[in-house]
Design a protein around this ligand. Structure first.
Ligand code: IMP
Length: 199
């Protein structure tokens, strides 16, 4: 059984392979299908974007496809950057620029009001048009300066609840245990084991 990951984000591909890689016969990525065009994330929720991506790729490649849409929601910023997380500082912005903008927007916010959460929706779509979704989130807070070099995105400024290290200061395994994507992927894993799709 092959699953095609509807992403070209190397870090996401690594995280997904770490958590469900062992139960699937083969995982391909969009890099294996250069003919499938990038799907625009223009919907208003993580779920709608993940479903749109997974369905478009399943149709394009004729195999089950797994898409992730995820992001950071900061309570004091009314949920921003949210679905715009990857392009918070503008189209094509890199992680450093996005973090810079976030820290700037939050510079006057006190410690006790820096609560945030990461949210992830995973959509598994089949070529027949059926689709199943899985969710995960992790509560935490935004620090005042970047710390650590692991992971990607906003990891250097995100302290998961009860932790004194950012995601970027943790090992991959520590992050997987706590993270929004780890949680959604373990739900997906249970589902795949239940329907024995990988046999
Ligand atoms: P997507 O590729 O549209 O799902 O964008 C997700 C964006 O949200 C990423 O580019 C990051 O900025 C942020 N994000 C999602 N998951 C994580 C994570 O695990 N750590 C740090 N940032 C994340």
């Amino acid at each position: 059984m092959e699953i095609v990951l509807a992403t070209r984000n190397k870090k996401k591909i690594e995280e997904i392979k770490r958590i469900i890689g062992d139960i699937l016969i083969s995982i391909l990525t969009l890099n294996n299908f250069p003919g499938c065009l990038e799907v625009e994330e223009d919907r208003s929720t993580f779920e709608a974007n993940a479903v749109k991506k997974a369905m478009a790729i399943a149709k394009c490649v004729g195999k089950p496809s797994l898409a992730d849409d995820s992001g950071l929601e900061v309570y004091a910023l009314n949920g921003a950057p949210g679905i715009l997380s990857s392009r918070y500082a503008g189209e094509g912005a890199d992680d450093r620029k996005n973090i810079e903008k976030l820290l700037y927007e939050m510079h006057s916010i006190d410690d006790e009001k820096r609560g945030a959460r990461f949210v992830c929706c995973m959509a598994l779509a089949f070529p027949d048009g059926s689709v199943k979704t899985f969710f995960g989130h992790v509560e935490g807070r935004i620090g005042k300066e970047p710390r650590g070099f692991n992971g990607f995105g906003y990891d250097p400024v995100f302290y998961p609840e009860g932790q004194s290290r950012t995601f970027a200061e943790m090992t991959d395994e520590e992050k997987d245990t706590l993270s929004h994507r780890g949680k959604a992927l373990r739900e997906l894993r249970s589902y795949l084991e239940e329907i024995k799709i990988f046999e």
